[in-house]
Design a protein around this ligand. Structure first.
Ligand code: NAD
Length: 464
């Protein structure tokens, strides 16, 4: 059976229980490129059963051996990196270079980090007269979005496997082909049957069935705050563990001493990358009043490099394109000034949105409060540092952010006062070991590195 036709359950590709399918569309040319099965509650049930059966064996597998399997999985991802990049480009629309470096490259890095962590992590601790065993939580239901189709899968599956958990994955309906490739890689890497299972399907059907399944011990969800709230409530009702990686509205705070041109340029690049479909994107640029006009001119020049169809891809779907264009119209209607871009589609075919910069945005405007998830940056003026802090912290979100200053210590002093889970200091690099996750309504729990691993562990204390 070809992977696209089936579900990967219990170490095999097998037909879905129902006849329904989901069409996968290339957002750059609007052509249907594949159909995948729309799984039902019955498929989810089969997959959870397979994961439950595989749990005792995998949990008892020595960590060094689990590490070797994760390393083998990483190696398959390396061999298949070009295919992964092409698949992400086909179903997400990301420019090929971005797919190669980020969409294929980052998951390889993260899988590698968990192969190392599984081998070196101490699954046993001593405290006083006790030995604390760090044991796998059990069967994990992983629900992922489309914006980083492989990264979000690996950021859940790799630590879960390292911990000794087994997994059922329900990927986003817009990007199931990358998830199917991942399942093929798991198979090729020789993971025991049932340790990883894939059910493609619609969120309110397969996703909901997985989140509500009584034999799932932990639900790890990445996606919108609206769905996350619902999943959190379901998990709470069943008294089961939950990890939620949700939306963001992060601030890029440019202090007066900073290198303004660099801070604006990197800030624009940060939002435009992946067509603005990044939960941690710095979509609010905060600039001191005396430097504001210069920053606006710099932002206008920086965004001009992002030509739709060349350096910047489309949005994932017609629905997202409509949603983002609606936000741009709202920004204009609420009195923000368009400096670049606008609501008109820049190309006739494909779900493109014009890279857009707004000036004269005030902190309470809709475009400064709600997550847009598109290539839209809002420049907000601040009076002094306290004002900048009030604006930076003035949303329901707290996922990420950036601070720029002449020296790192000044930026760090500001970052300490921010209510957010990650802050890049003067353009700091991505670190696959640093915990990633939100304050406030951006989520519960952390991914990546040892903090990400501990989400999948529970403790048992033995007293002597
Ligand atoms: P979404 O919440 O609609 O979907 C995410 C996943 O949940 C998909 O697999 C979907 O099928 C599933 N789902 C939908 N309804 C469900 C339900 N009722 N029960 C169970 N599962 C359900 O979000 P999206 O549109 O795919 O992704 C965009 C959003 O995700 C943005 O808000 C973005 O900020 C957020 N996001 C957050 C992070 C993070 O790490 N914090 C990362 C990426 C995306």
């Amino acid at each position: 059976m070809k992977a696209h036709d089936g579900m990967y359950i219990g170490g095999q590709w097998r037909p879905a229980r129902g006849p329904d399918t989901i069409a996968v569309v290339n957002p750059a040319d609007e052509q249907v490129i594949a159909h995948v099965p729309a799984g039902t509650a019955d498929d989810v049930d089969d997959a959870v059963r397979a994961a439950r059966e595989a749990l005792p064996g995998w949990a008892a597998t020595p960590p060094a051996e689990r590490a070797a399997r994760i390393a083998a999985l990483r190696d398959v991802l390396v061999v298949r990196a070009d295919e992964i990049a092409e698949t992400v480009t086909a179903e997400l629309g990301a420019p090929l270079q971005l797919s190669q470096t980020v969409h294929a490259g980052v998951p390889i890095m993260v899988a590698g980090s968990y192969a190392e962590l599984a081998a070196s992590y101490s699954f046993e601790e001593k405290t006083g007269n006790s030995t604390v065993l760090l044991e796998p939580v059990g069967v994990v239901g992983a629900i992922t979005p489309w914006n980083y189709p492989l990264h979000q899968v690996v950021a859940k599956v790799a630590p879960a496997l390292a911990a000794g958990c087994t997994v059922v994955l329900k990927p986003a309906e817009d990007t199931p082909l990358t998830a199917q490739l991942f399942a093929e890689a798991v198979d090729e890497a020789g993971l025991p049957a049932g340790v990883f299972n894939l059910v493609t399907g619609l969120g309110p059907v397969a996703g909901q069935a997985l989140a509500a399944h009584e034999d799932v011990d932990l639900v790890s969800f990445t996606g919108s705050t609206a769905v996350g709230r619902q999943i959190g409530a379901t998990a709470g009702g069943a008294v089961k563990r939950v990890a939620l990686e949700l939306g963001g509205k992060s601030a890029n705070v440019i202090l007066p001493s900073a290198d303004l041109a660099k801070a604006v340029g990197v800030g624009i690049a940060n939002v435009m990358s992946n067509s603005g479909q990044t939960c941690s994107a710095w979509t609010r640029m905060l600039v001191h009043k005396d430097q504001y006009d210069e920053a606006v001119a710099l932002a206008r020049a920086a965004v001009a490099k992002y030509v739709p169809g060349e350096r910047i891809g489309p949005l994932v779907s017609a629905k997202q394109q409509q949603r983002v264009r609606g936000y741009i119209e709202k920004g204009v209607a609420e009195g923000a000034r368009l400096v670049a871009g606008g609501p008109e589609a820049p190309r006739e075919t494909g779900y493109y949105v014009s890279p857009t910069v707004f000036a004269d945005v005030t902190p309470e405007m809709t475009i400064a409060q709600e997550e847009i998830f598109g290539p839209v940056v809002s420049l907000i003026k601040y009076e002094d540092e306290d004002d900048a802090l009030r604006i930076a912290n003035g949303t329901v979100y707290g996922l990420a952010g950036a601070v720029w200053a002449a020296d790192a210590a000044e930026a760090v002093a500001f970052a300490r006062r921010m209510d957010t889970g990650q802050v890049d200091i003067n353009g700091g690099r991505f670190n696959p070991l640093a915990p990633f996750g939100g304050y406030k309504q951006s989520g519960v729990g952390r991914e990546l590195g040892p903090h990400g691993l501990s989400e999948y562990l529970q403790t048992k204390s033995l007293q002597f």
